[in-house]
Design a protein around this ligand. Structure first.
Ligand SMILES: [Zn+2]
Length: 272
């Protein structure tokens, strides 16, 4: 079986549930994109950085945002550049730390563009040294080749945080809340999220302020019942992510482009 796409999936969430949770959400996004998509891992390879990789240190513990950059950051930039040149894909998860209506003020989004995308661009241009490797120097690349590679570096940045997506699994959330305490206030809040899928994206610090009773204890399980199509139709940050993937022509080709277009039309017709 031929590999169609190799996707390096990076998450700043260093908890044990972080990587499997984001992996599951990505698969749900791909299913919204292409109905019946074949996600056989031998065909679409979605991989984390190896556990002992120093580049992984830079993603986790949010080191990548720090100034001056820790020593691990150039290693991370090199790993991203190498995957893009294969040519493969890199999907980078960080929280926006802003509600949807204030996403334009997200420092994390700005820092990603300047530190990560800007840093990888400098490597691809040959302006920043890569770790020394044996063999001939890397070939010169045109500006078009560099920008084409950078288009395969894709951002997954929920508003406000990854819990803003996961709490959309409102049936499960209610169970976990009720197991902890009998809160009528929380019950009403969760009802409002079910009634209008846009509401959660305007909730500030959902994990810490809205539902500390649930927090991030069940993230991996919540991802299993994430109502992807409904949340996509709400046209907030999950929609933004899915559409970022859709705009990436090489990824769509790898997944099966024609089916994707017809599925998108079908969903939109159902919505109106
Ligand atoms: Zn509660």
């Amino acid at each position: 079986m031929a590999v169609r796409a190799r996707i390096m999936l990076l998450t700043e969430d260093s908890g044990k549930q972080g990587q499997p949770t984001v992996h599951k959400l990505l698969k749900e996004a791909l299913k919204v994109l292409v109905q019946g998509v074949d996600l056989n891992p031998r065909r679409i390879q979605i991989e984390p950085l190896p556990e002992n990789d120093r580049a992984r240190q830079a993603v986790r513990a949010t080191q990548w945002k720090e100034q001056p950059p820790p020593r691990e950051v150039p290693i991370l930039l090199g790993a991203i550049a190498a995957r893009l040149l294969e040519p493969g894909f890199v999907i980078f998860h960080f929280d926006t730390d802003r509600v949807w209506s204030e996403r334009h003020t997200s420092e994390n989004r700005k820092k990603f563009e300047s530190i990560i995308r800007g840093g990888v661009r400098r490597i691809l241009r040959g302006e920043a040294p890569l770790p020394i490797r044996p063999g001939p120097p890397p070939p010169q690349r045109t500006a078009e080749q560099i920008e084409a590679a950078l288009e395969r570096l894709l951002v997954l940045s929920p508003c406000y945080s990854i819990e803003s997506w996961l709490y959309q699994a409102t049936t499960k959330i209610r169970e976990h809340c009720q197991k902890t305490h009998a809160s009528e206030e929380h019950g009403k809040l969760i009802d409002s999220w079910t009634a209008d899928r846009r509401v959660l994206e305007e909730v500030f610090r959902p994990k810490d302020d809205a539902l500390p009773c649930v927090s991030d204890h069940h993230n991996e399980q919540l991802a299993q019942t994430f109502p992807a199509e409904e949340v996509w139709l709400a046209e907030r940050s999950f929609y933004e992510f899915v559409e970022t993937l859709r705009a990436c022509a090489p990824l769509m080709n790898a997944l099966g482009h024609e089916e994707a277009v017809s599925h998108c039309r079908g969903l939109k017709q159902r919505a109106h």
